[in-house]
Design a protein around this ligand. Sequence first.
Ligand SMILES: Cc1cc2nc3c(=O)[nH]c(=O)nc-3n(C[C@H](O)[C@H](O)[C@H](O)COP(=O)(O)O)c2cc1C
Length: 506
Amino acid sequence: MKKTGFQYHKDTSYDRHNMTGHYLDWQNQPGVFKQYPGIDPVLLPQDVHSPNKKLSSLIKETAGSATLQAVSLEDLSLILRLTYSLTAKARHTGGDFYYRSVASAGALYPAEIYFATQGINDLDDGLYHFSVARHSLCLLRRGDISAPIKKSTQSANINTSILTFFLSAIFFRSAWKYRARSYRYHLLDTGHLTENLILALKALELHPALSLDFDDTDVNRLLGLDETKEVCLALCHVPGKQAHEDKKTMEITELPETVKNASRVSEEETDYPEVRAIHTAGVEFTSPTESRPVMVHELGLGADKWTEINPADTWPETLKYAEAVFHRRSKRNFVRQPISQNCLTALLDGLCAGCFGPDGEMSNNNQSMCIGFLVGNAEGFDPGLYLLDTSSSSIGMVAPGFFTERMAHICLDQAWLANAAVHFLFMSDLNLVDQAYGPRGYRYAMMTAGALGERLYLTATAMGLGCCGIGAFYDMEEVELLGLNSTSRLLYLVAVGPVKSIKNFA
Ligand SMILES: Cc1cc2nc3c(=O)[nH]c(=O)nc-3n(C[C@H](O)[C@H](O)[C@H](O)COP(=O)(O)O)c2cc1C
């Protein structure tokens, strides 16, 4: 029988009383930088100036003005730097380790970026892989490939695309540590990266449209991926001004084996059939059913009263957008101090803004999950469990009380979490998701959670707060603590609050 998202999530639950020991095989630690032997890199310009924009305006902006006449190589370099770049170095006995502008479970960085160009100044049309390590490109296919991309996607945006980004995940990078559970992290991590990409494109006044629906087989073939090891999870069109004339769809040839082999990241890779099974189950995408669930009302949680959040006109940001991207880190040194009302309201306001780009292509799929939060210590908010209704920008208290300590215990006893002022919760009735969207709906739910997680990281950083994503928890214990119905689950938790080393400027 075909796997469903709910079944996969259940099968990969952590149970305090039934955790199988697992030793990391350091001999087979996956490489974090994809390499294409024999292809000369095209170096991207290094000296590019970051945009001087506020994060709040980018998040809340509903439509890019698309005023750029053309995209230059400098623009492309900046987009990639803001999306996925090396931002910090840690010295280890085995060599230096680099952290990136995006959060990633276990710093395993499963995600890769490719893009197809059409009419970029100073860059031949073609399909490129972006190397994070060298901030350079590898040309994989030469020429205008917009016709095959159009064939593989349902998006109307391809008609004018000057750039199409493809975000993939390499299974073994996360599976090395998280085994069968790793598909959760492939999706959450790639979701994080989509948010960085969308913000970078908006910062350059482009008008991105992200899509999670495309022909998987065709797109993976186009990118030259070994589908058993690496798969495309998201596609992002950047429309230009002119509609392209209709071209004949050319036959896409197989890329050489050396290109496919680049999806291998370790000498001896362990295959996790559960990961491939849930991914393959989602290969077909169905039009969502007429009556899509409004998830916030489907979890078995109720609120007696809903109150509009009424955010201040300006968020208490102390860092600009680009500074927040480059300074973002996971912080765990939370202190038992309250988060200010302004900061918490700004975080909630940010979560209510649309997801996955200004044209709202993905907005329906946002209903595949919903948001709650545990207030531990916040000015103007009683401690308790709340729901956020993003459609009306309102919050409702579900249950009063102090939950964060018990949640820290449920999150594999990561005790420092108890000190965080707020735990944001991304939740879903996964059975309903399966019914409304088919197994591909699991991708929507998890990637949306990841994208909003990255948004929380950046917003927290811009306001001088700490933040850390949490994917490790005993699944049935959180169902019980939160009072979720039997088919609903926590997908992802993101803790935010004042931390020791940085001043809370708000
Ligand atoms: C999906 C996801 C799950 C994560 N889960 C945990 C976790 O359970 N515990 C933890 O301490 N950090 C967790 N993190 C934070 C990562 O460890 C962190 O992003 C990574 O080490 C890179 O460091 P940086 O965020 O400072 O760049 C998670 C991050 C993501 C994106």
